[in-house]
Design a protein around this ligand. Structure first.
Ligand code: NAP
Ligand code: GCO
Length: 266
């Protein structure tokens, strides 16, 4: 093995929802390893703001407006990227939402929206980039799964169903396209401090920690929330030649939560 196996020079990496949070952190790491960065989001103002944020880090990111659930828009998006930047070598299916509603109070429309973005979106994106990867003779797809690909909890039925499905979509893409030297793996982040989990970490009126915040810290051997930066090394590994024989694997980056019964309440 050579350390250059972890380099991504000359590769085009597309990170969906790469304007902030986990997607932005992963994109900056892939850029650090040499990749050209493409990202998309739904809001024009976000694209502009994020291109400037990438530029502050010395990264010439290519930002496009595209909703991952809109198949026609995605086809157009990928055609534009192939023309303006190059064929996508690395796809990170990061874009995702969560709605925290008790299941019997959740509307079917809300359930469908979460599954549409968190599961149909990655399918649509992967379907759009795989033909180019086959032509090039290689490709890397990294699906951002979740602890909820393995575990359930109150109020996240749609999200858990979608992320459980995304785990199996990852394994199926690996099975169907491994013969073309395309590796499809997942990253399963633990509880990461981003806007998506901000409501779970809000200080209480009396200034005390949110009960869920304390719960997660007690459930994590590392005794802390993860940061988007904790996901950067695993993402570079799965995007690089160093992982060419890793396929259909979900790499949990969770500080050990999945391995641990949790600290006994004092
Ligand atoms: P976040 O801060 O909410 O960011 C999500 C990103 O996805 C935003 O840029 C968002 O842009 C974009 N997005 C949402 N729907 C989209 C759509 N239909 N088309 C295109 N872009 C869309 O979330 P995060 O915490 O960084 O999480 C990123 C991924 O990691 C998600 O898949 C999430 O499920 C997963 N994850 C998060 C954690 C965690 O603890 N934070 C743990 C495990 C897994 P808009 O502003 O347009 O919505
Ligand atoms: C929640 C959280 C989690 C995290 C993540 C954990 O409400 O339980 O949002 O779902 O986002 O998916 O891996």
């Amino acid at each position: 093995m050579k350390m250059d196996d972890f380099r991504l020079d000359g590769r085009v990496a597309l990170v969906t929802g790469g304007s902030y949070g986990i997607g932005f952190a992963i994109a900056t790491a892939l850029a650090e390893a040499g990749a050209k960065i493409v990202f998309n989001d739904r809001k024009p103002e976000l694209i502009e703001k994020s291109v400037a944020e990438y530029k502050k880090l010395g990264i010439e990111a290519h930002g496009y407006i595209c909703d991952v659930t809109d198949e026609d828009a995605v086809k157009e998006f990928i055609a534009k990227v192939e023309k303006e930047v190059g064929t996508v070598d690395i796809l990170v299916n990061n874009a995702g939402i969560i709605k925290r509603i008790p299941m019997i109070e959740m509307s079917a429309a809300d359930f469908r929206q979460v599954v549409d973005i968190d599961l149909n979106g990655p399918f649509i994106m992967a379907k759009a980039v795989i033909p180019g990867m086959i032509k090039k003779g290689h490709g890397k797809i990294i699906n951002i799964c979740s602890m909820m690909s393995e575990l359930g909890r109150e109020t996240v039925s749609a999200y858990a169903a979608a992320k459980g499905g995304l785990k199996m979509l990852t394994k199926n893409i690996a099975s169907e396209y491994g013969q073309y030297n395309i590796q499809c793996n997942g990253i399963g982040p633990g509880y990461i401090a981003t806007p998506q989990t901000a409501p779970l970490r809000e200080r209480q009126a009396d200034g005390s920690r949110h009960p869920f915040d304390s719960f997660i810290v007690a459930k994590t051997p590392a005794e802390r929330w993860g940061t988007p930066e904790d996901l950067q090394g695993p993402a570079v590994f799965l995007a690089s030649d160093a992982s060419n024989f890793v396929n259909g694997h979900i790499l949990y980056v969770d500080g050990g939560i999945l391995a641990y019964i949790g600290k006994q309440p004092q």
